[in-house]
Design a protein around this ligand. Structure first.
Ligand SMILES: NC(=O)C1=CN([C@@H]2O[C@H](COP(=O)(O)OP(=O)(O)OC[C@H]3O[C@@H](n4cnc5c(N)ncnc54)[C@H](OP(=O)(O)O)[C@@H]3O)[C@@H](O)[C@H]2O)C=CC1
Ligand SMILES: CC(=O)N[C@@H](CCC(=O)OP(=O)(O)O)C(=O)O
Length: 342
C-alpha cells in the first residue's frame, strides 16, 4: 500500500512516519509539506531522524498525492484540512485526518471551540469519527481521528456511560498531558524553564475536546448533560493520564463496575483493564490504553484512571488502527506494544 503523509515535521507526523515504516502492508511512504516549498531532505527538516534518513519531503500538491498513493494522512495543525481536504472528499480518496477539523458534526460548535472557520456541513456529515474500539470505518472515505484527551477520557467513560452505571450529571475529569501534546511550536507554557518541576492548568472550561467528548458520550447515553473537564500540563514528554470521577447509581456494586469494564473490552487488542490503577510508564511507546478503577463505598464515587501515549494511541497509533480497518488488514498490524524502559 502506498501512503502519503502531510506534516512529518510535526510531533504527530514524526511518530506516525515511524509507525508507517514498520507497518507490514505499507510498501511506500511519500512525504509532503507546504504547497509553496521545494523538495527538502527529511534529515535536514527533522534532524532527530538522523543523517541516514534518505526520504525527501515534497511540496503539497493534491493531484500528485492522489496519483502516487492509496491513502493520505494529514498530521497538520488545526484549521488546515478544513481548507485543503475538499478535493480528496470530492474524489472519494481515502483520508485519515489527525486534526480536529472533521470531528465535530456541527460547524458552529467547531468555530466556537477552535476559533477557526469550520469545514462545510456536508463534509462533516460524511466524515467518520474513528474511535477505533467502538466502530468500524466500513465504506467511509474520510476518517476524523479522535483527539488525544478525548481518546483517553472516552475509553475510560464508555463502560460507565453505555451501561448507565453513573449519575449522568456527576462526571468530573482531571486530565493531564505531557508537553508533546502541545505540538512542536514554541510557547511560554511549554518552555523548559516553565514546564520543568511545574504543573499548569490551562484552557479550564475552554478545552476543544469538551464538545468532542460530549458528542460521543451523548451518542452512548443521551442522559449525560455535561462534564467538568480540566487539563493540566505536566513535566513529561509523552503521556496522558485522565482521572475520571463519577457518582454511581444507587445499588451499583464494585463487582458490577468491574464486570462492565471487563465485558466492554474483552475483545479489544489495545485496551487493557487491570486490577491496579495504571501509570504512564506502562503505556509510553505503545498503542495501549490502560484502565483501572477504584470504588469508594463511603462516598459512592468511582474513580477511573486511563493512561495513553498521546502520540501513539492518542494520534498516529489510532490512525493506524483506522487504516487497518479501512483496508481490511489485521487489526493489530504495525502497532507497537513494547514500552519504552526504564
Ligand atoms: N501532539 C499530539 O499529542 C496530538 C496532536 N493531534 C493533532 O494532530 C495535528 C498535528 O499535531 P502536532 O504534530 O502536535 O503539531 P505540530 O505543531 O508539531 O506539527 C504541525 C505540522 O503541520 C504542518 N503544517 C501546518 N500547516 C500546514 C500547511 N498549511 N500545509 C502543510 N503542512 C502544514 C507543520 O509543518 P511545519 O513544520 O512546516 O510548520 C507540521 O509538520 C494537530 O491537528 C493536533 O491537534 C492529535 C492528537 C494528539
Ligand atoms: C498539552 C497540550 O497542549 N495539548 C493540546 C492537545 C490538543 C490537540 O491535539 O487537539 P486537537 O487535535 O483537537 O487540535 C491541547 O490541550 O490543546
Amino acid at each position: 500500500m502506498k501512503t502519503a503523509l502531510v506534516g512529518v515535521t510535526g510531533y504527530g507526523g514524526m511518530v506516525l512516519y515511524q509507525l508507517l515504516q514498520q507497518h507490514p502492508a505499507v510498501t511506500e511512504i511519500n512525504l509532503y509539506g507546504h504547497s509553496q516549498t521545494t523538495d527538502q531532505p527529511l534529515s535536514e527538516a527533522v534532524p532527530m531522524f538522523g543523517i541516514s534518513a534518505t526520504a525527501m519531503i515534497h511540496p503539497y500538491d493534491v493531484a500528485t498525492i492522489m496519483a502516487a498513493n492509496d491513502v493520505v494522512f494529514f498530521a497538520t495543525s488545526a484549521g488546515v484540512t478544513s481548507q485543503v481536504a475538499a478535493p480528496f472528499i470530492a474524489a472519494g480518496f481515502p483520508v485519515i485526518d489527525l486534526s480536529g477539523d472533521y470531528r465535530l458534526k456541527q460547524p458552529a460548535t467547531y468555530e466556537k471551540w477552535y476559533h477557526k472557520p469550520a469545514a462545510p456541513q456536508a463534509a462533516l456529515d460524511a466524515a467518520y469519527y474513528g474511535l477505533a474500539e467502538f466502530g468500524q470505518v466500513g465504506s467511509a472515505k474520510y476518517v476524523a481521528n479522535p483527539g488525544c484527551y478525548a481518546t483517553a477520557t472516552l475509553l475510560g467513560l464508555a463502560p460507565l456511560a453505555q451501561n448507565d452505571l453513573i449519575q449522568p450529571d456527576s462526571i468530573v475529569v482531571d486530565a493531564k498531558s505531557g508537553t508533546s501534546g502541545a505540538g512542536k511550536k514554541l510557547a511560554t507554557s511549554t518552555h523548559f524553564s516553565q514546564t520543568n518541576e511545574n504543573l499548569q492548568l490551562y484552557k479550564v472550561d475552554q478545552h476543544q475536546h469538551i464538545p468532542e467528548i460530549m458528542q460521543q458520550l451523548q451518542a452512548w447515553n443521551p442522559e449525560i448533560p455535561a462534564i467538568e473537564f480540566t487539563t493540566t500540563l505536566i513535566p513529561v514528554t509523552r503521556g496522558i493520564m485522565s482521572t475520571i470521577y463519577a457518582k454511581v447509581k444507587p445499588g451499583t456494586t464494585a463487582e458490577q463496575l468491574v464486570a462492565a469494564f471487563e465485558t466492554t473490552y474483552q475483545h479489544a487488542d489495545f485496551v487493557r483493564f487491570g486490577a491496579t490503577l495504571p501509570m504512564l510508564k506502562q503505556v509510553q511507546g505503545t498503542n495501549f490504553c490502560d484502565l483501572g478503577l477504584q470504588y469508594n463505598p463511603v462516598t459512592h464515587n468511582v474513580t477511573v484512571v486511563s493512561v495513553i501515549d498521546n502520540l501513539i494511541k492518542g494520534a498516529g497509533g489510532q490512525a493506524i488502527q483506522n487504516l487497518n480497518q479501512m483496508f481490511g488488514l489485521d487489526a493489530a498490524a504495525g502497532l507497537p506494544t513494547h514500552v519504552i524502559m526504564p
